[in-house]
Design a protein around this ligand. Structure first.
Ligand code: NAD
Ligand code: 6OD
Length: 496
């Protein structure tokens, strides 16, 4: 993969992004604007799929299940997925430009995480599917009968994939790749804020020769629009969704009459626990990443940091020094941190910055918006912010903010740290920083979450279970867990 140069431009500048239905790129009358959050400029318009277009996409997806796609061997399907991955790698600079155009995220992140992970998701699920075995049990009954039981894996059918805006390509492909690997057909809806990398994905599917109807893309909004039309449609067999907990609840309601299979990756209010025996510099550097990566817009970000009292003051000072030094700007400014996704989201994050003051918190650094003196003042930037002194029941400590902000509080004992970390309605992940091996294992096991990182953060092996407990999700994806969700296992019992 080569790094993009500044000459690599947003690939859809001034165009209307199409939907992709039954192997054709489709434009329709309804459209909406795609806004660059660095400067508030409209960079493209996007075709909005109405209920009729969603219906066409789903019927095409249903029909494709029994076409050439349904007759492909596992090896042929996996070879096609690899071709998709290779096309993504060949068009890497365009994918990067599409992603940073929509989100304003740093080139460093888009080139090292978002786009490489998109290609890796296809490679990984091609590998995993080829390696999948099946269960086999030989049985005998007391009266002398015998049988061989073996399982076969069939596609679930038509899968709706609904993705959020924070890691648009990574999270879209994280579900599309295993869904296709397992032989399903897909109708995907990216967030209305980030339509571009998904549109390039449709182009890549087309170029790679994925048969018509196997992958379909519909753009549009969620409630009472494209998203709702998709998840409530009777042709959908399963829904793989990543986004806010409240949206997950709404989708569950829409899906209930059809009793559809659901896999949900939802919000978080994740804790980082810093013990006094931790490698101090590593804990500070790791917490900088876990709080401020992607401008704090990763569901796995630490918004609650608990630090053992002997190192509390030093830790707050060290983190604040680094946070103040972060440079803000657009992807081509070589800045450390980009804007939030939109002015609307900026208003939400700023409302928490203001709330923190009324809740009697101390704003150690940040707490407002930067001033650039140029067009970036029309963008969606906020300052990296560190809060202390809030009560544990303050809304800023309880609610997901999804911005570059954390609250830091001291603790005195291991059991107290565990209790504080678990005192939330969410349960996505936790980070534990300690040099005591036994404590690391002991504390990690007590976290009420789906993933714990010890002495690191967001280090991903795509084979491991990934998901949340409590309000952070339903089910697990990753490795065999994704293959299980996107397949129907059937048992065949043969009398011997
Ligand atoms: P969101 O829930 O607002 O939107 C996500 C997607 O759902 C979008 O495509 C949207 O158009 C669609 N949608 C909205 N309402 C819908 C409806 N009624 N029916 C069908 N579709 C609908 O989330 P967001 O603001 O895009 O993303 C940020 C949120 O996502 C945060 O809460 C974050 O924690 C969460 N998230 C979780 C994970 C995870 O792995 N657990 C990963 C990324 C983001
Ligand atoms: O890395 C992943 O597979 C994943 N699902 C990450 C989710 C990040 C949330 O914003």
């Amino acid at each position: 993969m080569r790094s993009p140069t500044p000459a690599d431009l947003y690939p859809f500048a001034g165009q209307q992004l199409p939907c992709y239905v039954n192997g054709e790129f489709v434009r329709a009358a309804g459209s909406f604007e795609n806004v660059n959050p660095v400067n508030g400029r409209v960079i493209a318009t996007v075709t909005a799929a109405d209920a009729a277009l969603v219906d066409r996409a789903l019927r095409a997806a249903r029909a494709a299940l029994s076409g050439p796609w349904g007759r492909m061997s596992v090896a042929e399907r996996c070879a096609l997925l690899r071709k998709v991955a290779e096309r993504i790698e060949q068009r890497f600079p365009e994918f990067v430009s599409a992603e940073v155009g929509d989100t304003g995220k740093t080139l460093k992140q888009a080139t090292s995480l978002d786009i490489p992970r998109g290609a890796a998701n296809f490679h990984a699920y091609a590998d995993l599917l080829l390696a999948r075995g099946s269960e086999c049990f030989e049985m005998s009954t007391p009266d002398g009968r015998g049988a061989l039981n073996y399982s076969v894996h069939k596609p679930v059918g038509v899968v709706a994939v609904i993705a959020p805006w924070n890691l648009p390509f990574l999270l879209m492909t994280w579900k599309v790749a295993p869904a296709l690997a397992c032989g399903n057909t897909v109708v995907a809806k990216p967030s209305e804020e980030t339509p571009s990398s998904a549109t390039l994905l449709a182009q890549v599917m087309h170029e790679a020769g994925v048969p018509p109807g196997v992958f379909n893309l519909v753009h549009g909004f969620g409630p009472a629009a494209t998203g709702e039309a998709l998840v409530s449609h009777p042709e959908v067999n399963a829904i793989a969704f990543t986004g806010e907990t409240a949206t997950g609840a709404a989708i569950m309601k829409s899906a209930a009459p059809g009793v559809k299979a659901l896999s949900f990756e939802l919000g978080g209010k994740n804790a980082a626990l810093i013990f006094a025996d931790a490698d101090f510099e590593a804990a500070v550097a790791g917490t900088m990443r876990s709080v401020f990566s992607n401008t704090g817009q990763v569901c796995l970000c630490s918004e609650r940091v608990y630090v053992e009292r002997p190192v509390f003051e030093r830790f707050v000072a060290a983190l604040a020094t680094r946070a103040r030094a972060l440079t803000l700007g657009g992807p081509h400014d070589a800045a450390d941190m980009g804007p939030l996704i939109s002015r609307a989201h900026r208003d939400k994050v700023l409302s928490y910055y203001h709330l923190a003051r009324t809740e009697h918190g101390e704003v150690v650094c940040g707490g407002g918006t930067p001033h650039f003196g140029d067009e970036r003042d029309q963008g969606a930037f906020v300052e990296p912010t560190i809060l202390t002194g809030l009560a544990e029941d303050a809304r800023c400590v309880k609610e997901e903010i999804f911005g570059p902000v954390c609250h830091i509080a001291p603790f005195d004992a291991e059991a107290e740290a565990v209790r504080l970390a678990n005192d939330t309605r969410y349960g996505l992940c936790a980070a534990v920083w300690t040099s005591n091996l036994q404590r690391a294992h002991r504390v990690a096991r007590q976290m009420e979450v789906g993933s714990v990182w010890v002495n690191d953060w967001y280090l991903r092996d795509l084979r491991v279970p990934f998901g949340g407990v409590k309000l952070s999700g339903i089910g697990r994806e990753g490795g065999a867990h994704s293959l299980a969700f996107f397949s129907e296992a059937m048992n065949i019992c043969v009398k011997l």
